[in-house]
Write a protein that binds this ligand. Structure first.
Ligand SMILES: NC(=O)c1ccc[n+]([C@@H]2O[C@H](COP(=O)([O-])OP(=O)(O)OC[C@H]3O[C@@H](n4cnc5c(N)ncnc54)[C@H](OP(=O)(O)O)[C@@H]3O)[C@@H](O)[C@H]2O)c1
Length: 324
């Protein structure tokens, strides 16, 4: 009799545990950087899922009329640090903070993380959303705000795990819609492709803005699957030649010319060392298309596409949208 009583107690606690694990834990999310390139996609992904209650945190100087009027938005000081107690009160009651803060402001996330801990917020998604910032070669080439400072924020989050804070960082590669027409060497107007010689068939990952937002939303629907880790996602695993061929199939003949990758890198680094950021797109192209800088992260990391139920996307359809 005692055995059955214990057995049923055990089964019941297992059942409750399972329910707790499978029941979604995060409902109230607040988005930072909602008006930027990525932010509106995040707002839309969470806003259209009735499971979530979304709000927005922005700086007082920001134009809040950009945000959908039915979404509550709260303003703070310029660097998020005017009054910590005010920030804590604004964050209190939130389950998760999603940061799509501008790259040049990533260090300000520390202020927000500190306030989040005081407010009892359990989950933080840092403004990572790009290359694999753990890659040393990448850190040597790109400015600190794009790599080292982002990595330091993840390290800071790791140091706060003992206080109960959970995090997920998303590695997406370059955003497809921004990268292809703006810095990967494809000039849509003149139908001219500039290819880094010798690297034309090297494959790397790129993700669309909407798929990035969907990945964050789906990760938060079942946070138990994906906490305290980097998640590696992609819309396409493609090469320079792969994009060129697809563009050719869609629009007819493209001209192409070739550049020496090392020479381009040297020139861009020289410009950067003189405070001239116009070489940055060249470096972004280099770290994406040339082996060794982590652009091909799916070669050494598991894809989280399946875990996050991301859709299959077709390269030609995505390019067609850009052409339109
Ligand atoms: N993988 C890629 O190809 C790629 C491309 C672009 C960006 N990203 C990454 O995605 C994340 C979001 O980038 P994004 O381009 O969407 O951001 P963004 O448009 O540059 O800025 C997003 C928001 O950050 C807030 N912000 C806070 N401090 C700021 C400051 N000092 N200057 C400017 N804005 C500030 C602003 O929101 P409020 O005015 O509401 O405060 C702004 O709307 C970053 O981590 C970035 O590195 C990746």
């Amino acid at each position: 009799m005692r055995y059955w009583s214990l057995h049923f107690q055990h089964q019941r606690s297992l059942f409750i545990e399972q329910k707790m694990c499978s029941s979604p834990l995060i409902r109230k999310v607040i988005i930072i950087g909602a008006g930027g390139h990525l932010g509106p996609h995040l707002v839309s992904a969470f806003d259209t899922d009735p499971h979530f209650q979304v709000s927005i945190l922005s700086r007082a100087s920001s134009d809040c009329s950009r945000f959908p009027s039915h979404i509550p938005s709260y303003c703070v000081g310029e660097n998020y640090d005017t009054s910590e107690s005010e920030l804590v009160e604004l964050l209190r009651g939130q389950d998760a903070i999603i940061s799509a803060i501008a790259a040049q402001a990533v260090q300000q996330q520390k202020t927000i993380i500190n306030a989040a801990l005081k407010a009892g917020v359990k989950y933080f998604v840092p403004s990572e959303f790009g290359h694999d910032t753990r890659n040393e070669q990448l850190a040597q080439l790109l400015p600190p705000f794009l790599v080292t400072q982002k990595r330091q924020i993840v390290e800071y989050l790791q140091s706060k795990e003992v206080e109960g804070l959970k995090w997920t960082a998303f590695v997406t590669g370059p955003f497809f819609e921004i990268a292809v027409p703006h810095f990967l060497g494809f000039d849509f107007r003149s139908r001219h492709a500039t290819i880094l010689d010798g690297h034309e068939n090297h494959h790397w990952s790129t993700t669309t803005l909407s798929t990035t937002a969907l990945a964050v939303k789906n990760a938060l629907l079942e946070p138990i699957k994906a906490t305290n880790t980097y998640l590696f996602i992609e819309s396409f695993n493609v090469s320079q030649n792969g994009i060129l061929s697809a563009l050719g199939r869609l629009t007819g003949r493209w001209d192409e010319s070739y550049q020496n990758a090392e020479e381009e890198k040297r020139r861009a680094l020289e410009e950067l060392s003189q405070g001239n950021f116009s070489g940055l797109p060249t470096l972004m192209r280099y770290v994406t298309c040339v082996e060794g800088c982590g652009g091909d992260y799916m070669n050494y990391e598991a894809s989280a596409n399946g875990l996050l139920s991301l859709p299959e996307e077709r390269l030609e359809s995505a390019l067609q949208k850009l052409l339109e």
